[in-house]
Design a protein around this ligand. Structure first.
Ligand code: URA
Length: 231
């Protein structure tokens, strides 16, 4: 891979022009030697590259935490609405990046964007049961009977049987947290409809054991370091 491409793919704060300028200043080394040109080719799997004295660890795949706002669709295909790919900064867009798991257009919160197909497959496989936590606001107050209904595995419209799920009631009677171990279409909305209630706001707050960073503003992304927490 070209050195400038390698560095800017690993350090998304540096454009290829930035890399060129750093090389000119003698601030980039490959295997201990200061390089003179930013277009030299390196073996990205073995080369030891430093920028400003800091070593760049090679990461083949990108893992992004997006705090998805409402009105954005979890798709890679262009349509009438902006997609999760449209709203991320240019420097993160790369071939093969896609949302690993979908949220509805009107649901907010944690979406994993990655180009690591294997990890996504592991996470999304129906046998993996990676937990996903949601904050839910309902039209009507929660009722104690919801607990058993969730824990026993509900049957929702169309006769679909859900896996056991957890529900935690919050201080506000109309709010709760739900943890699912699967991802059926509109699942939480359909579960509450089956209980004669209606979801008026939904946000995903955790995938696996990785919580959504609560300092991450809606519509923004950050790189995930702790991949192991995802599944
Ligand atoms: N359940 C829903 O109903 N919608 C989502 O977006 C996620 C879970």
């Amino acid at each position: 891979m070209r050195l400038d491409k390698f560095i800017s793919s690993q350090r998304t704060d540096l454009s290829r022009n930035d890399v060129k300028a750093l090389v000119k200043k003698g601030l980039v080394t490959v295997d201990g030697q200061t390089v003179k040109k930013s277009n030299v080719h390196i073996d990205e799997n073995t080369a030891r590259v430093t920028v400003n004295g800091e070593e760049i660890a090679y990461r083949q795949f990108l893992y992004l935490m997006l705090n998805k706002p409402q009105g954005v669709v979890c798709s890679t295909k262009e349509g009438a609405c902006p997609t999760v790919i449209d709203i991320i900064p240019e420097e993160y867009r790369r071939p093969g990046l896609f949302p690993a798991g979908r949220l509805d257009k009107d649901t907010e919160g944690f979406v994993l964007l990655t180009d690591d197909g294997q990890l996504a497959h592991r996470m999304l496989s129906p046998v993996s049961h990676v937990p996903k936590r949601y904050f839910v606001r309902l039209e009507k107050p929660c009722e104690p009977r919801y607990k058993d209904a969730f824990e026993n595995g509900m049957t929702i419209d169309g006769g679909e049987k859900c896996l056991p799920a957890e529900i935690v009631f919050l201080d506000n009677d109309n709010e709760c947290e739900v943890v699912l171990h699967e991802g059926k279409f509109h699942q939480i909305k359909r579960m509450f409809e089956a209980l004669d209630n209606r979801v008026i706001y939904l946000k995903r707050t955790m995938i696996g054991s990785l919580p959504l960073d609560d300092t991450l503003p809606l519509g923004e992304v950050k790189e995930i370091e702790d991949i192991a927490a995802l599944c």
